[in-house]
Design a protein around this ligand. Structure first.
Ligand SMILES: [Zn+2]
Length: 184
């Protein structure tokens, strides 16, 4: 009897370990071809362009069968403009899908120029400032098809704190998310 009880307990613990990490990230959409170009719009300040490429590369190097590449004339645009009344949003990723599917056809990644006096590209990020690269890395995660994660340290958690740069690098949960969509 003792042996049987032990086996039951071990089995339950294994199940918990398997279920918990998988419930953190969320997947929403996918590209049928895991090779997605983007074009940096002329509205993006020159000083931020390297952040765009670094953000895209973080996902290219996440271990999934997926690549972002910079293109001169892609339908997918990265822009910098005023969000107007949507003052709480640092950035956004607008995604378009083919009718009746979750298959992506186009995306726009935008950085809110209303925060022009609050953006930073410095390391570390000064107190009260927001890190451009962190926000782009988060939005490019939406660009691969991910939703928000419940893990607060993950790049795909919904909020970005001022004075931090930790979202520049992907957590295992973020990598698990993109691998869940595209495989390795
Ligand atoms: Zn988000």
């Amino acid at each position: 009897m003792t042996k049987i009880s032990n086996r039951v307990i071990v089995f339950c613990l294994m199940l918990l370990c398997l279920i918990c990490p998988a419930s953190a990230y969320t997947t929403q959409y996918y590209w049928s071809n895991g090779y997605v170009g983007y074009t940096i719009d002329s509205s993006v300040p020159t000083a931020y362009k390297s952040c765009v490429d670094a953000a895209a590369n973080a996902w290219t190097n996440a271990g999934a069968d997926f690549d972002y590449y910079s293109s001169v004339n892609s339908n997918n645009k990265v822009r910098y403009y005023s969000f107007g009344s949507q003052v709480n949003y640092l950035g956004s990723c607008t995604r378009y899908v083919y009718s009746g599917t979750t298959r992506l056809s186009k995306m726009y990644i935008d950085l809110n120029s209303d925060y022009s006096s609050s953006w930073s590209t410095s390391t570390p990020c000064p107190s009260g400032k927001y890190d451009v690269l962190s926000v782009f890395t988060h939005e490019f995660g939406h660009g691969v098809g991910l939703g928000h994660s419940t893990i607060t340290s993950a790049t795909m958690f919904k909020d970005t704190n001022s004075g931090t740069v930790y979202k520049r690098s992907l957590e295992q949960d973020d990598k698990n998310g993109i691998i869940a969509i595209y495989g390795t």
